[in-house]
Design a protein around this ligand. Structure first.
Ligand SMILES: *Cc1c(COP(=O)(O)O)cnc(C)c1O
Length: 423
């Protein structure tokens, strides 16, 4: 898509004037700048900003606790006993799931383990797990420890996808080819939806189809995809997915995570670690000996959930509902296209290792700056330009469409240009 961008500050300001989502910026609190008028915040891929409505949402539950004590479970305006249900619909819209397929619970890595307990059932012949090479460490530890738990050596049980030599990103054809060439031994395909380092968005639909063709299960870690790109987990037929909510979804540090299990999974036949919050709601408080699962993904819930975290996430999801994922995605594509355009004009598009096609990436662009990345990132932070550094030589910057402006992107590139010239 050709957006017909122009250089210059006025062009950036014009893009903001034409942006139907521009107003949402005022719903967020930006960190206090030290040296400029405003902080340029490009770390929504790591920790999203705080919505202005979050404090009141948490305060409301503190007040309910003060006022009702234990009775708050039933008497609070949002009764705690089913508080998580107030988030389900909004969260389901973000990931393209049905209401009985999505639940907010635990944290990401915990959910990943719970899902693998259920969906990684290796046999002597079919025991391998396919992941991205250099996957996020927690994912690597989770799959390796699951393989070991079942008596397999991760060295042989885990297949890592690697880019072709001289390339940074994976080609879909190579992912599909690897799935097919391991058709008799692959038990589980477990990829990120968007790679945390390169920002590459994977073709989850094709991967799901290929995995199912060979009889493997397929799950996605959507840490960098939820609230960032268009997801249709139900229609794609994905078996399970997990994600955190403190990145693009702005729920705050350590916020409660999300989990998806497809409606078509035979829930009564799948082994699962169980707790009382997964028990049928009608009879839960009869405190019986027998576990009667809720007939939805909620049957994977273990404990009664942290209400303050749910309140925080609820306040942010309200903003996602108001903005709409499809409009956010449209703006996001335009924002990264504009960032790429300015980088190309100002120095060199070749610095960007994220796919150049907007359809193959989310909000994040990763810049490879050999030998200098760490130093440049430090200088940027000193100038109130918040982006992050990842080993060995990568600076990641993610304009979040809910609160970043085109003018932010304009100033980001000017600042990047200045620190590169200084060094
Ligand atoms: C952010 C992130 C995590 C973090 O896991 P937590 O359990 O939330 O600490 C895990 N995996 C990926 C791919 C991530 O991007």
């Amino acid at each position: 898509m050709d957006y017909g961008f122009d250089t210059g500050l006025l062009a950036a300001q014009k893009l903001d004037l034409d942006d139907p989502l521009a107003g949402f910026r005022d719903d967020f609190i930006f960190p206090e700048p030290l040296s400029r008028d405003t902080t340029l915040y490009f770390c929504g891929n790591s920790l999203g900003l705080q919505p202005k409505s979050t404090a009141a949402a948490i305060q409301q539950e503190l007040d309910a606790w003060a006022r009702y004590g234990v009775e708050g479970h039933f008497k609070a305006e949002f009764p705690w006993v089913n508080y998580h249900e107030f988030l389900t619909k909004m969260m389901a819209e973000v990931v393209g799931g049905k209401d009985d397929e999505v639940v907010c619970m635990n944290s990401l890595t915990v959910n990943l383990h719970l899902m693998m307990v259920s969906f990684y059932q290796p046999t002597a012949a079919r025991y391998k797990i396919l992941i991205e090479g250099g996957a996020f460490p927690s994912d690597q530890y989770a799959v390796a420890s699951q393989a070991r738990f079942h008596g397999f050596d991760p060295e042989s049980a885990i297949i890592e996808l690697k880019p072709r030599s001289g390339e940074h990103c994976l080609r879909t054809e190579d992912i599909l080819e690897t799935i097919h060439s391991n058709k008799d031994s692959l038990a589980l395909v477990m990829l990120g939806g968007v790679n945390y380092l390169t920002g590459q968005l994977f073709d989850m639909q094709s991967v799901t189809q290929a995995a199912h063709e060979i009889g493997a299960r397929v799950g996605f870690d959507l840490a960098h995809a939820a609230g960032n790109v268009t997801l249709n987990l139900h229609d794609w037929g994905v078996d399970f997915a997990v994600w955190c909510s403190y990145k693009y979804l702005n729920s705050g540090p350590g916020g409660i995570a999300g989990c998806f299990v497809h409606r078509n999974m035979p829930k009564d036949k799948i082994p699962r670690f169980e707790g009382w919050w997964g028990h049928d709601k009608e009879s839960r408080f009869q405190m019986g000996k027998e576990f009667v699962p809720i007939n939805s993904v909620e049957s994977w819930q273990l404990s009664n959930p942290p209400i303050f975290q749910l309140a925080s996430l609820r306040s942010s999801l309200e903003l996602f509902r108001a903005a709409g994922m499809s409009k956010l995605r449209e703006k996001s594509k335009k924002l990264t296209a504009y960032l790429q355009f300015l980088v190309g004009k100002s120095f060199d598009e070749g610095l960007i290792l994220t796919p150049k096609d907007v359809e193959s990436r989310g909000a994040q662009l990763s810049f490879r700056i050999p030998g200098q990345a760490k130093k440049l990132q430090k200088s940027l932070v000193q100038r109130d330009v918040i982006c992050d550094f990842r080993e060995p030589d990568i600076v990641r910057a993610a304009p979040a469409p809910l609160y970043n402006s085109f003018e932010d992107v304009y100033h980001f590139v000017s600042q990047l240009q200045e620190v590169i010239h200084e060094s």
